[in-house]
Design a protein around this ligand. Structure first.
Ligand code: TYD
Length: 134
């Protein structure tokens, strides 16, 4: 998989005078959600991510605030800024990601296709490049 498969998902929103409600629901997403986790209280200047996944797909949503996602498939690099709670960034397997420039109070929701399994992470960039260009 590469950067061509990365895509922005417009999540359906139900709005009324009480506010907005955005939905991420199984059938409308590229995968069935097995796990959700979120990053919050990220100190200014901190970088998260710094890995790729062998089998786990993800969707990232900036529930609050903003941050940049640097995507790299071993051939090209691209940065996507997430700053809307009704937009999801779909990241397929085999894409290195780094999350940076978190605004104060930013919250990053991650929806994952698999339960947590450290053995499917690639955390070494050299190893990632070698497998991406094989
Ligand atoms: P890490 O992968 O470094 O977070 P990031 O997504 O910012 O790169 O994970 C930090 C720690 O949390 C690491 O020890 C693994 C653990 N962890 C879990 O136990 N469960 C999870 O679902 C996740 C995503 C991480």
């Amino acid at each position: 998989m590469g950067l061509e498969q990365v895509k922005t998902l417009e999540l359906p929103v139900v709005s009324d005078v009480r506010g907005n409600l955005a939905v991420a629901e199984g059938g409308a997403l590229p995968f069935a959600i097995a796990r959700a986790y979120w990053l919050y209280d990220v100190p200014s200047g901190s970088m998260r991510g710094g890995h790729a996944h062998k089998s786990n797909q993800q969707i990232l949503v900036a529930l609050s605030g903003s941050f940049d996602v640097v995507l790299d498939d071993g051939k090209a690099r691209r940065t996507v800024t997430l700053n809307r709670p009704d937009r999801g960034l779909y990241i397929p397997t085999g894409v290195w990601r780094e999350l940076e420039n978190f605004s104060a109070g930013a919250v990053c929701l991650a929806l994952a296709s698999e339960p947590y399994d450290e053995s499917e992470y690639v955390r070494d960039y050299g190893e990632f490049l070698a497998s991406a260009n094989r």
